[in-house]
Write a protein that binds this ligand. Structure first.
Ligand code: SAM
Length: 349
């Protein structure tokens, strides 16, 4: 039996087998087989629903210096902004009126947003929008901080691990950051009862199938409720400005593989995928993705949350164009769902 069938029958492979799987999936027939199985599983657990989350990029101040990221602290040309509590609540209110029931608050690691400020913010959102889910994506913090934010009402937390290979992590990040700490944060978040999203960039500098195999092993161990997987896209003011972008086609294969590895996972068709290919979103759904995160940030600020070059933030990417987005999703054969869209529960066993 080939590695593709072996993986479909028993998805937890060894590192070397993942490398063989990735190699085998270069064959279009093998990629199609993986996509078909991924679709079967996404339909089994989620039907034809594509869940939407309203993304609010509320600060682009960041104390970190990740080599790939356009809002790294060394980028002196980034125009920094920070939304006030009132502005963030207005974004949520606009989203609530459009029908959004999940808000993702994402930002750089901005020390101005202390635990106290985030607690007040989370409580206000929960009060103004009863029943909605609040997702945080504000990087690495202490256990105590995660605990306080959870107690204030945060339901979910997105923290991509970026790469599960130690050596590769060091190539992408400054010396003061570590993979061990990032992983520890993810396990702490899980222990505190957050629904957790991990994930990685595809095609970041120095990445080979061996690194991707580490990512798959790690996702199999962590079992996050969500996995954010998108291509690396260079930013002109970073040390990686001349590096090639990650491949859309490899991203799609990885979406299928992760859907098979974690059948109930929530898998976004990411903005980076849409940026690299005008049909990236649709292709993502066909590969097993089932989440979209349209942008709810104030229109005037969107360009400033400049993680990589040409990042989409208008058109179907914008939350206010929900009707267009709905049409597009339906044209691709899916149904836009405004429900909270929690990860499907394990059924027995
Ligand atoms: N500060 C938080 C954190 O570290 O998780 C959230 C914000 S961070 C900017 C969000 C994500 O953007 C990162 O996890 C990373 O994967 C992605 N990102 C940053 N630069 C990118 C690039 N050049 N290409 C693709 N994705 C990028």
């Amino acid at each position: 039996m080939g590695v593709v069938e072996k993986f479909i029958q028993n998805p937890n492979l060894e590192r070397e087998e993942y490398v063989a799987l990735l190699q085998a999936s270069e064959e279009p027939q093998a990629a199609a087989r993986l996509a078909a199985e991924a679709l079967r599983l996404r339909r089994k657990y989620y039907g034809d629903a594509v869940y939407v989350r309203g993304l609010i990029e509320f600060t682009n101040y960041c104390k970190n210096d990740c080599l790939y990221c356009g809002i790294r602290r060394s980028n002196r040309e980034a125009q920094r902004y920070r939304l006030s509590e009132g502005e963030i609540l207005s974004c949520c209110e606009a989203g609530r009126r459009l029908g959004f029931r999940t808000f993702v608050l994402q930002g750089g690691e901005d020390p101005w947003y202390t635990d106290e400020r985030l607690e007040v913010l989370i409580r206000s959102i929960k009060e103004n929008c009863p029943g909605c889910a609040v997702t945080l994506s504000v990087g690495e913090r202490s256990y105590e901080s995660y605990q306080r934010l959870r107690e204030a009402g945060a339901d979910r937390y997105l923290l991509r691990h970026e790469t599960a290979s130690d050596a590769h992590y060091r190539r992408l990040h400054p010396a003061e950051m570590s993979l061990a700490h990032r992983k520890q944060c993810l396990y702490q978040l899980k222990a505190l009862g957050y629904q957790v999203g991990a994930g990685f960039m595809v095609g970041s500098p120095g990445q080979t199938y061996a690194e991707l195999a580490e990512d798959l092993v790690f996702l199999g161990e962590l079992k996050p409720q969500m996995a954010g997987i998108g291509p690396f896209v260079p930013h002109h003011n970073t040390p990686f400005k001349d590096e090639p972008a990650g491949s859309v086609e490899l991203t799609l294969r990885l979406l299928s593989i992760v859907r098979i590895l974690l059948p109930r996972v929530l898998l976004p068709a990411t903005t980076a995928l849409g940026t690299m290919d005008p049909l990236g979103r649709e292709k993502g759904f066909s590969a097993g993705a089932n989440v979209l995160m349209p942008n709810l940030s104030p229109a005037g600020r969107r360009r400033q949350y400049d993680l990589y070059d040409n990042k989409l933030c208008t058109g179907d990417e914008a939350a206010e164009s929900l009707a267009e987005l709905k049409k597009r999703v339906e044209a691709a054969g899916w149904r836009l769902s405004m429900e909270r869209g929690d990860a499907a529960e394990e059924l027995g066993g």
